[in-house]
Every structure is written in structure tokens, then in C-alpha cells.
Write a protein that binds this ligand. Structure first.
Ligand code: PEP
Ligand code: MN
Length: 343
């Protein structure tokens, strides 16, 4: 990144951009409060670095050339100071808006999904979640209804008039799934499946990128960078809990720190999944409200019309009554904080 002097002129800024482009690289002008920076949002070959350094440092109007050593650039606020707003149908996510995605862990039947969709929509959710392909720990567990599940999801979404998010686990399914759903979910187990990320990016669909249970922020944002660098800017991050110290009480530990940390370092919206984050329905509301208070851009919550009969993740699924109550609490927390919110 080339930091320009406060008094740098427009001509000097343009000359720096031209010099970067002469080396076959992209240049991105980043207007700042007091001065402008010019970013290079592409990989710089190692042998070019010293040459470029010397060339740019000597130019008029240049203050400093700074090397960013993080594994991400396009995902960074340094390169994109303003919040990204993801547009899904009529819904906008990020930049102070708030979205709730809710529904069962998996599509189990038309009746189950239809009941769930009506309940979550009535309570105020804008997006229906439901998995058709389930990446389960055991190959003997329910693997999802797959193509039939997608058919059901699309049918129900049209009937209920609600947008959808669903997980894709195989790069070969991306284009097919893009015909059925509004947002492609990349699951925690797939966060670093790079061919899947590239395929999802190329689909042009908004992507919800879950954090792997042991991923650092750099690894997670590095995965987001794959989506961005392959041309998809419609990316949301999803914190869904990290490996816990004690699995006797919880399934994962929701890393609430992720909300302010990601918001500081990245412009991408951050969605929190309290259901997988804690793993028990009784704790989900408290953790969900903490995420709202921390500044999350939205929540992804598992809701099942009959959690005791669910084929996957029933223990952590809210029933429709508990979900409706939580939605009222979310509205109250947001209303309480609204007049006090500062950047
Ligand atoms: C899910 O959303 O149902 C799911 C499988 O989540 P994760 O990838 O976070 O485990
Ligand atoms: Mn689940």
C-alpha cells in the first residue's frame, strides 16, 4: 500500500496508479479522512517487490510504501474502508442493517419445512435456512434429502415468499444449487475447501462463509479472500463457535470476540450462528442476544417445528414459540442500543 502525503495532488496520485499498472498490477485509490492511499490488491511477485518499492518510494507525493503481510487484502478495511452491503433479493445485509436467517438444520419433508418456514417468517425472519446436503460426522447419520431437499426448499420458499440459504458441500454442485437457493452456505468443515470456494465465487451468488471450528481470523479471512479475488464481492462471514475447552456442557464456544474484531479488520458483514455456537436450545437466546449487543449484522438460528423429532441438531433447535420470543428480545436489544450506537 502506498501512503500519499497529505498535500499530494490528484496528478501525483494518478501517476502512482499508472506506475503500478505499468508493472502489470492493479491499483486501487483509497480515499482517507486526511490523505489518500493507493492499494495493490493483487499478489506481487517476490522479485518485483524491491523494484516496485524503490520506484514508488521515489515518486512525488509519496510518503511511505507499506507492506501488508496478512493473508488477505480485499477482505481488509485497509482496502475498503466502508461496510460491504450484500444484496439478496430485496434484503440488504451489512452497513447497520440487521437480518435473521432461521429454519431447521435440514430439510426433512415438505410438511416440516413448510411449517418451519411459515413460523420463522411470521416471527420476522427474512431468510429461511435449511440444509439439503448435510456434512455429518458419521456416514451413518442422516445425510440430507439432497436434490429432493432442494426441490422442497424452492417450492416452500415460493409458497411462503421467503429467501433461502443452504449449504453446498461439493464444487460440482455449485451451479446446480445456484438455481435453487438465494445464498450459498459454505460450512465450517468446508471453509478451506479452496476448489469449493472458487466455484462458489464464480457462481456470482451471495456466499455465507462459516468459520472452521479451529480457524484463526487470518485463516478465515484468507478463505474469504478466495471468494473476493475470484470476483464475488457478495460475501458474509459467519461465526459458529470454536473448539470448546469442555464439551460436557456445550458443543462449541461461540467466539463473541469475532464480532468486533472482524468488524474492525474487515468490511464484510458478520453473521452469528448461536445454535451451533453453543449447541443447546436453552442457551441459544442468551448467546444470540450477546451477538446482537456486540454488533453482529445478523443471526443464523436453527428452528424446528418439533425439535424432539428432528433428524439433525434437534437439541439445539428452538421451537417456533421460543423463536418468536427471542425475536421480540432481539428487537428490544436493538431498540435500546440504537440511540447509543457509535462507530
Ligand atoms: C449447519 O448450519 O447446519 C451446519 C452444518 O453448520 P456448521 O457448518 O457451522 O457446522
Ligand atoms: Mn445444524
Amino acid at each position: 500500500m502506498v501512503l500519499m502525503k497529505r498535500e499530494a495532488t490528484e496528478e501525483q496520485i494518478q501517476a502512482v496508479c499508472a506506475a503500478i499498472q505499468e508493472h502489470g498490477l492493479k491499483a486501487l485509490v483509497l480515499p482517507g479522512g486526511e490523505r489518500v492511499a493507493v492499494g495493490i490488491p493483487s499478489a506481487i511477485p517476490p522479485d518485483l517487490r524491491p523494484v516496485l518499492d524503490q520506484h514508488l518510494s521515489a515518486m512525488d507525493g509519496v510518503d511511505q510504501v507499506i507492506h501488508i503481510t496478512r493473508p488477505y487484502k480485499l477482505a481488509s478495511r485497509d482496502f475498503h474502508p466502508h461496510d460491504t452491503i450484500v444484496r439478496v433479493g430485496h434484503v440488504e445485509i451489512g452497513g447497520g442493517r440487521f437480518v435473521v436467517m432461521a429454519g431447521p438444520c435440514a430439510v426433512e419433508s415438505y410438511e416440516q419445512l413448510s411449517e418451519a418456514a411459515r413460523a420463522v417468517k411470521a416471527a420476522g425472519a427474512q431468510i429461511l435456512r435449511a440444509g439439503a446436503y448435510k456434512p455429518r460426522t458419521s456416514p451413518y447419520s442422516f445425510q440430507g434429502l439432497q436434490r429432493e431437499g432442494l426441490e422442497i426448499l424452492r417450492t416452500v420458499a415460493r409458497e411462503v415468499d421467503i429467501l433461502t440459504v443452504s449449504e453446498v458441500i461439493d464444487p460440482r454442485d455449485v451451479d446446480m444449487m445456484a438455481e435453487y437457493v438465494d445464498i450459498l452456505q459454505i460450512g465450517a468443515r468446508s471453509m478451506q475447501n479452496f476448489p469449493l470456494l472458487v466455484a462458489a465465487a464464480k457462481s456470482g451468488k451471495p456466499v455465507l462463509l462459516k468459520r472452521a471450528p479451529s480457524a484463526t481470523y487470518d485463516e478465515w479471512l484468507g478463505a474469504a479472500e478466495y471468494l473476493l479475488t475470484h470476483g464475488n464481492e457478495q460475501v458474509m462471514l459467519c461465526e459458529r463457535g470454536i473448539v470448546p475447552i469442555d464439551r460436557t456442557y456445550v458443543r462449541n464456544t461461540l467466539d463473541i470476540n469475532a464480532v468486533p474484531v472482524i468488524k474492525y479488520h474487515s468490511h464484510l458483514p458478520i453473521i452469528v450462528d448461536p445454535s451451533h455456537g453453543v449447541g443447546h436450545a436453552r442457551y441459544v437466546p442468551a448467546v444470540a442476544l450477546a451477538a446482537v449487543a456486540a454488533g453482529a449484522d445478523g443471526l443464523l438460528i436453527e428452528v424446528h417445528p418439533h425439535p424432539d423429532r428432528a433428524l439433525s441438531d434437534g437439541v439445539q433447535s428452538l421451537n417456533p414459540e421460543a423463536f418468536a420470543h427471542l425475536m421480540a428480545q432481539i428487537a428490544a436489544v436493538r431498540a435500546a442500543l440504537a440511540p447509543l450506537t457509535t462507530k
